[in-house]
Ligand binder design. Structure first.
Ligand SMILES: Cc1cc2nc3c(=O)[nH]c(=O)nc-3n(C[C@H](O)[C@H](O)[C@H](O)COP(=O)(O)OP(=O)(O)OC[C@H]3O[C@@H](n4cnc5c(N)ncnc54)[C@H](O)[C@@H]3O)c2cc1C
Length: 463
């Protein structure tokens, strides 16, 4: 029997792992392990945790509807797996790979357990569009791309030739088996909460098709008009794996004027690529001296009490709903790291809890870009002016009126301007930030980048 463990692939069709298990023609036990580390510190009550649990709930229902078996247990993954391996005739473990530092350590422990029992672990690539190992060979690169535009050019050529279309295999085609003596297992690894109580996530396929039929054509022109719903809203489905990125890409290719949108999917791949190939990606905070930075105004930013209307409106939306449009993520992140001179790690940590679509790599990528760190980041002297951004992308201040009703009475010109009690002067704080970042970047420690555990320049780290 095969043991398959769901992680960031909470769906029942188009999984690389399912194709593999199907090709073996053997029965499989499918398990989802609620990991206390990922639900630590009340994460289950934050938007990111709630989104995850709603997708777990949807997965449970989809298995049920398909007449297939899914077992949900809770505990440290390697402890649960140890016991499953000891009790059941498991011949192979199959996983879709993950690349974050925590995931690498977690999966290394699984591998140690499995290899101590002579059980092979097969790790497959599922969550990126390009297979980065193949891509590097195709591009004939010995060193990684550091700039998006040439990466994207080559990525497009690669995708044109080697894109693997989504699969027709679903969980219905597999011989899933229930866990024998389930009650005893549930007692041994009891769930700390009922995932189905969180409600069910909306149908990812519906979210995607609504966008492709509606917003895609106007995406290029409208994507930054954040007062309206002009983007796809698929990120919360993509990041739990409830929606296959291959399916999203493939569906868009069939539509006219998809390029601006599929380019964003390439940005997603570019950050995931950096997480594998940029040894500093997860350790930038060790490379720089942040002593010129401070955290005194951080709480005001979190609460949306900065006196800069568009920043406060964006934080109000984030805190209430778990959503913030991409343009405003850049504006609020730059405001925090540059105008308020807070280390990017504080904002990154806050978004981790609050964003419904939180993804470790994409979130870090966005924060690094905003803080002028990482491959192809925004230059240190670029500090978006929140007032100008607001005037440009939301001229009538509709978004501010929605999220800050106490400002709704202000006129279209006045509404964007800093309030009398604004916590910072935009002009002088910008000038100070440019000086500080200039020095900080010039004095980076060259050898601090240890890289994620298991970093391999040939492709995905061995997990
Ligand atoms: C500071 C900061 C933090 C961020 N944190 C996250 C995060 O935790 N999770 C997350 O999914 N995205 C994050 N992003 C990227 C981006 O804001 C979201 O992907 C986007 O807003 C999701 O909305 P959508 O699905 O409607 O996107 P669409 O505009 O419809 O784009 C489709 C998909 O393309 C990808 N994409 C779009 N924009 C970007 C981008 N700038 N970088 C990388 N991929 C992109 C996403 O997978 C997205 O779902 C962050 C950006 C910044 C600046």
């Amino acid at each position: 029997m095969i043991l398959f463990i769901h992680r960031k692939d909470l769906r029942i069709d188009d999984l690389t792992a399912f194709d593999y298990i199907h090709s073996l023609g053997r029965p499989s036990l499918h398990v989802l392990i609620l990991d206390p580390f990922l639900l630590r510190d009340g994460r289950d009550r934050e938007h990111s945790g709630i989104n995850f649990l709603r997708h777990v709930s949807r997965l449970i229902r989809e298995y049920r509807k398909a007449g297939a078996h899914l077992e949900v247990l809770a505990g440290e993954p390697h402890v649960v797996v140890d016991q499953l391996l000891d009790a059941l005739p498991i011949e192979e473990i199959v996983l879709n790979g993950d690349i974050t530092p925590y995931a690498l350590v977690r999966d290394r422990k699984l591998k140690v357990s499995a290899s101590a029992r002579g059980v092979p672990v097969t790790t497959l690539i599922d969550h990126t569009l390009a297979d980065f190992g193949d891509f590097q060979h195709f591009a004939e690169r010995r060193t990684p791309y550091q700039v998006f535009t040439p990466f994207y050019k080559k990525w497009n050529a690669y995708m044109h030739l080697f894109f693997r279309p989504s699969s027709a295999v679903t969980v219905r085609d597999l011989q899933t088996r229930p866990l024998p003596d389930r009650e005893a297992w549930s007692a041994r690894f009891p769930l700390p909460l009922d995932p189905e109580a969180a409600g069910t996530a909306p149908d990812p396929a519906q979210t995607l098709s609504d966008f492709l039929e509606g917003g895609l054509r106007a995406y290029e022109a409208q994507r930054d008009r954040y007062a309206f719903e002009t983007t796809s809203g698929i990120s919360r489905h993509l990041n739990t794996g409830a929606l296959s990125v291959r399916r999203a890409y493939e569906a868009a290719l069939g539509s006219e004027r998809h390029e601006a949108w599929t380019r964003q999917l390439a940005w997603r791949d570019f950050y995931l690529y950096q997480a594998v190939y940029n040894p500093d990606f997860f350790v930038y905070e060790k490379k720089f001296d942040f002593s010129g930075l401070e955290d005194t105004l951080f709480e005001r930013w979190c609460r949306g009490q900065t006196g800069i209307p568009v920043v406060d409106a964006a934080m109000a939306e984030l805190n209430a709903t778990g959503h913030m449009p991409n343009r405003l993520r850049m504006v609020t992140a730059m405001f925090l790291t540059k105008n308020l001179r807070c280390p990017f790690t504080l904002g990154e940590r806050y978004f981790r809890r609050k964003l419904a679509d939180y993804d470790n790599v994409l979130n870090r990528g966005g924060w690094l870009w905003s803080a002028s760190l990482g491959f192809d980041a925004s230059p240190y002297f670029r500090v978006m002016n929140p007032v100008t951004q607001s005037e440009t992308h939301d001229p009538t201040g509709m978004y501010i009126r929605r999220w800050l009703p106490h400002l709704a009475h202000l006129g279209d010109k006045e509404i964007h301007k800093p309030q009398a009690d604004a916590i910072v002067d935009l002009k002088s704080s910008r000038a100070a930030a440019i000086e500080i970042y200039k020095h900080m970047l010039a004095e980076a420690k060259p050898d601090a980048g240890a890289g994620p555990a298991g970093f391999s320049p040939d492709g995905f780290p061995p997990v």
